[in-house]
Each structure stands twice: as structure tokens, then as C-alpha cells.
Design a protein around this ligand. Structure first.
Ligand code: DON
Length: 528
């Protein structure tokens, strides 16, 4: 079964499974397909994380996060007065060195079974022959008109005469088809050393961007140990640094375990209060301690140490909100979006893949590389452009996540796999910026603690707290009584707090797989 945020890509993955491909093969096909059919976030110009668990219990984590170009520097996004500029968000200078193609190739080389070219082919076909724009894709392109209009190639491809495309219109991307054909034939070599690399480097230089041919050549996807923890009698396999997601999620789960927080029921004021207090504390730690482990020491063991957790838990007042200022300092404004994308695959043998990848903002930095047809990321904004001030997601981050050449920006992407009695149980993940961690955790807890089926668990309204700003953001669907009680405990509550991540999940139950697509956005779960 496959669940992805765009139906054509889901179908491409199911076709690979049907033809005898394993979960990694299907994931490669889905990822390439999304780079064509879900240009909003699907990509070859961005990066992400792939988490796999194989039927024999082995696990793997492939980090294909972007890196800062060699020419990047600590203060590169500050103006003369020391204020952050928008250069980390829009235009050529916002791009980190893309990791997707190398990451997918590494995953395929190590774990794939089907020929590479066969897995890229569906994407080539979607790009060359076109596909019909869904309502939501047409709408999302339309919503990004201002960004895309600034870059001639993006305007030409996505906006035609400068206006919005219509639902049902065909989007044909011949340049992207050519790039994908080269990747199908030559593998990642084309993207990092071959024609694609050369043309990208020339365009970068011509437009004031930083990525050089040398940056591309030296980019490596990295295999890391997945982060593994336990919650009750479940195993949690999740993303290690440079994601903050796994660490923060395990820290929150450890804070919650054994407290009986769930007794009042999902969506109740006391359960919501407890969740928010756990979130506040974990996000404060995230701001301080998390960064690229190849550059800074991330105290993962310390943060998850039972004594550290017990100490932190003892600061939670079951009846009152703890002001975030007591926990740490800073200020932020939330900027909520769902611009990454996530999908899950389980094959017939029980191998599973959970993959989140992104351009960061929707349509990335807005730049489509002339003649190559793909959009570039603005992942450099995930660094702390100015340690202590908020980024696109209102997240505050410290020196641990400051910019350095070749460093990976801190991420919140949290691809996760849950086991029960040593067997595959859930495959979960989401887009949603800094909200991803909380979204993924709540869907897992909805199953583990509240006994929901996977669709209920995904549909259930979610909350978000990220330490700063000091408030609980609620999705629609919490009762006014709950809101009133939370306010009575001293919480600032935003009942119209926007979506909390687009979580997608698969759950294995007695030989059957349940799939749940996030109803708040588009997508499709399908099996065979
Ligand atoms: O890696 C991260 O945490 C972000 N670049 C993810 C961006 C994202 O989820 C955008 N959608 N909201």
C-alpha cells in the first residue's frame, strides 16, 4: 500500500509494487513522480529523509538533506544593520545544495531491486505527456503567483501567460522530462557532475547564487542510525539529527509516559494541557540544542535520559500553564504552511518506507532552473540566519543551527515507524514545518493511547505549541468548553490556529493494512 499527497504518484508507486518492486523501489518511483505532479513540494531540487524498516527487522535512515554551499557564511542573510533579509527565502541565494537525487540513488543501490531507469520512467512520462492539474494543485500554483512571477522560467512553465492555471488543464514539462531522462540513464551522476550539474552551476553563477559545480560534486547523502526509542510496549523508530523531529518527539513521549495524561480522553482540556506542556518544553530544548551532528554536539542521550526527563516532568503543573518565559527566552510569530510532502509505503513482504522531502516553502525559492525544468529549494531558511530570531515557521534556533559551509540546516521532518511486539505496526510522517513533530506524535498517540483506528487518528483535531510564541494553536473541532478550561489554566489559546501538519499513516493490523490520507489536504491511499 502507498499513501502520498498526489494520486498520480500514489498510483505510480502501487504499479511498482504490483510489478514485484519492494517498498524502496516504490518509494523511489513515488518521489520522482511527485517531483513532476506535486511541484509544490515534490522535488529533485530539494532534500529530505528516508526511513526504512525491512521485514527482517533491519532499519535504515538515509539523510539527503541539503547542505550549505561552500560560499555560505554565518551572517549571509543579514543586512548592514544586522537584520535578517528575505534572501534566505526567495531567489537563487536561498538554495542549499540539493540532496534528493543522491539520496534516492543511495537508497536504491543499497536496498532496491528493480532497475533504476524503470523507477524514474513514470516521472518522465508525467513530465513529457503532461497530467491534469487537480483542483488543489491549480489552486496552490495560483496562490504562489507572486513568488513564481518573479522568475521568468517559473512564470513560463507554471503560469503560462502570467495568470493562474485552471483545474483540469494539462501541465506538460518538457525540460523536466529531459532532465529526468538523463537521470534515468546516467543516475545521480548527471545531476551532480554531468550536464544537469554544469547547467545548474552556470545558471547559479549568472544569477548571484552560491552553488558551484564543486558543491554539487562533493554533495553526499549520508546513511545514519535511525533514532530508536520505546513508548509503553511500542518501539519507535524515527529521524535522528539533523532532524530535530525524532529527538523532540521521543522527549515528549517520555514526558507523557506514565503520567496518565490520556485518562481524561482525546481532546479534553486536561489531556490537551498536558500535551501542550510537553510540547513547550521539548521545543525549548530544540531551540537550544539541535543542529547538524556533523558540526555540533547534539546531546541526544542527555535529552532522552530518564533522569533529565523526570526532572523536566516535575516542572509540569497539572493544573496551570507554565509561562514559556520561565522555560527560556525569545519571541516568535508563527507562519503556518504545509509545503513539504510525505509518503509511506508497505510492500507485500512487510518492508516499509516513510519518506519526507521538501523544497521548504511551497515552490521553494521560486526559481525554476532555465532549461532544466525543476524548482530549487529555500532550505537555507531552516538555518538560524540570526540565532535567537524566528525563521519562516516562527521557530527560534540557536548557534547550534547557525550557517556554516557544508552544514545541514536543522529540520523538523519526522518520518517514523512504530513497531508492536517487534513487528511493523505504523508508518507515519507529515509536512507542516515546525508543526510536523507535534502532528506526527499526536496521530501515533491517538492510536496507542486512545484506541483510534488510523483514519480516526489522522482526522482527530490536533494542537500545536512550540514554546514561543507562548500559545496553544488548535485546529478546528475542539469544543468551546475545552478552550474555556484551557484559558482558565492560564493558556493563551488560538481556536483558529490553522492546520497542524498533514499527517499520513499506514497501520498493519492482523495481516491487513489500513491507510489514512490527511483529509485536510489532498492525496490518496491505495493498495492492491
Ligand atoms: O525541514 C524542515 O523542517 C522544513 N524545511 C520543512 C518544511 C515544511 O514542512 C514546509 N511545510 N510546512
Amino acid at each position: 500500500m502507498v499513501v502520498a499527497q498526489e494520486p498520480n504518484a500514489t498510483d505510480a508507486g502501487v504499479a511498482v509494487l504490483k510489478a514485484g518492486g519492494n517498498a524502496v523501489d516504490a518509494a523511489v518511483a513515488v518521489a520522482f513522480a511527485l517531483s513532476v505532479t506535486h511541484p509544490f513540494a515534490g522535488n529533485i531540487g530539494g532534500g529530505g529523509f528516508l526511513l526504512a524498516r525491512f521485514a527482517d527487522g533491519r532499519t535504515a535512515f538515509i539523510d539527503f538533506r541539503e547542505t550549505a554551499p561552500a560560499g555560505a557564511s554565518h551572517d549571509m542573510y543579514l543586512d548592514a544593520s544586522g537584520k535578517p533579509t528575505r534572501d534566505s527565502l526567495v531567489g537563487w541565494r536561498a538554495a542549499g545544495v540539493p540532496g534528493t537525487v543522491r539520496g534516492l540513488e543511495l537508497a536504491h543501490k543499497k536496498f532496491g531491486r528493480k532497475p533504476w531507469a524503470e523507477l524514474v520512467q513514470p516521472a518522465v512520462d508525467f513530465a513529457a505527456n503532461g497530467f491534469e492539474l487537480s483542483y488543489s494543485t491549480a489552486k496552490s500554483i495560483c496562490a504562489s503567483t507572486k513568488l513564481l512571477n518573479q522568475f521568468p522560467e517559473s512564470k513560463r512553465i507554471f503560469l503560462k501567460a502570467g495568470g493562474c492555471p485552471e483545474t483540469g488543464e494539462k501541465l506538460i514539462q518538457p525540460e523536466l522530462a529531459e532532465t529526468l531522462r538523463r537521470i534515468a540513464g546516467e543516475g545521480a551522476k548527471d545531476f551532480y557532475e554531468g550536464e544537469t550539474a554544469r547547467r545548474l552551476a552556470v545558471a547559479m553563477a549568472a544569477n548571484g547564487g552560491l552553488i558551484t559545480l564543486e558543491d554539487l560534486k562533493s554533495y553526499r547523502a549520508v546513511e545514519r542510525q535511525p533514532l530508536e526509542g520505546k513508548y509503553k510496549n511500542y518501539g519507535i523508530i524515527t529521524a535522528p539529527p539533523p532532524s530535530s523531529g525524532g529527538v523532540a518527539m521521543l522527549e515528549m513521549m517520555a514526558l507523557l509516559e506514565g503520567t496518565g495524561y490520556e485518562k481524561a480522553g482525546a481532546g479534553s482540556a486536561s489531556t490537551t494541557h498536558y500535551l501542550a506542556e510537553a510540547m513547550r518544553r521539548a521545543y525549548a530544548d530544540r531551540a537550544e540544542f539541535l543542529g547538524d551532528p556533523d558540526f555540533v554536539h547534539v546531546p541526544v542521550k542527555g535529552l532522552l535520559n530518564p533522569r533529565y526527563i523526570a526532572g523536566l516532568r516535575s516542572t509540569i503543573d497539572v493544573k496551570r500553564a507554565t509561562p514559556s518565559d520561565v522555560i527560556g527566552h525569545g519571541d516568535a510569530t508563527v507562519f503556518e504552511t504545509n509545503e513539504t510532502t510525505h509518503f509511506n509505503v508497505i510492500d507485500a513482504e512487510g518492508n516499509a518506507v516513510s519518506l519526507t522531502y521538501t523544497l521548504n516553502g511551497g515552490y521553494g525559492n521560486g526559481v525554476t532552473v532555465p532549461g532544466l525544468g525543476f524548482l530549487l529549494n529555500n532550505e537555507m531558511d531552516d538555518f538560524a540566519a540570526k540565532p535567537g530570531t524566528p525563521n519562516l515557521f516562527g521557530l527560534i534556533q540557536g548557534e547550534a543551527n547557525a550557517i556554516m559551509p557544508h552544514k545541514r540546516p536543522l529540520s523538523s521532518m519526522t518520518p517514523t515507524i512504530v513497531t508492536r511486539d517487534g513487528k511493523l505496526f505504523m508508518v507515519v510522517g507529515a509536512p507542516g514545518g515546525g508543526r510536523i513533530i507535534n502532528g506526527v506524535m499526536q496521530v501515533i498517540l491517538n492510536v496507542l493511547d486512545f484506541g483510534m483506528d488510523v483514519q480516526q487518528a489522522v482526522d482527530q483535531p490536533r494542537l500545536h505549541h512550540q514554546w514561543k510564541p507562548d500559545k496553544i494553536s488548535l485546529e478546528r473541532g475542539f469544543s468551546p468548553d475545552t478552550v474555556a478550561l484551557l484559558r482558565g489554566m492560564g493558556h493563551e489559546v488560538d481556536p483558529e490556529g490553522g492546520g497542524v501538519a498533514s499527517v499520513e499513516a499506514l497501520l498493519v493490523d492482523g495481516g491487513w493494512i489500513q491507510g489514512a490520507q490527511n483529509g485536510r489536504s489532498t492525496g490518496k491511499a491505495a493498495g492492491y
